[in-house]
Write a protein that binds this ligand. Structure first.
Ligand code: FES
Length: 105
């Protein structure tokens, strides 16, 4: 993986706790979430139906799909509650100086 494949999310000091930022990685929408001081990146698309996860509630390390309430673990992408059963793809986050990047795992 070369450094050129990574995608800039923004400045770390602007990506504050609770922020949700959408970026494109290889043409796919990826959601970057700041939760309890950590950055997580996952495919911005629920695995149940085609619906964005952006804007969903984040609690206990999970993001809730607003459409039907499925919850996904931020760290693994695993579906934790029905109606979703399949995981969503996760991405790697990387802090470089004052900036945050996302890249495919
Ligand atoms: S579309 Fe996300 S739970 Fe149904």
């Amino acid at each position: 993986m070369t450094a050129s494949t990574r995608v800039l999310v923004g400045k770390v000091d602007e990506l504050t706790e609770g922020s949700q930022t959408e970026v494109k990685v290889d043409g796919k929408s990826v959601l970057v979430v700041c939760y309890e001081g950590q950055y997580y990146a996952l495919r911005n698309n629920c695995s149940h139906k085609d619906y964005p996860l952006k804007g969903g509630d984040v609690d206990m390390g999970r993001i809730t799909c607003e459409k039907h309430g499925a919850k996904f673990e931020l760290a693994t992408g695993k579906a934790k509650t029905l109606p979703a059963v399949k995981p969503v793809q996760i991405y790697k986050t990387q802090i470089d100086g004052e900036e945050l990047f996302v890249l495919p795992l």
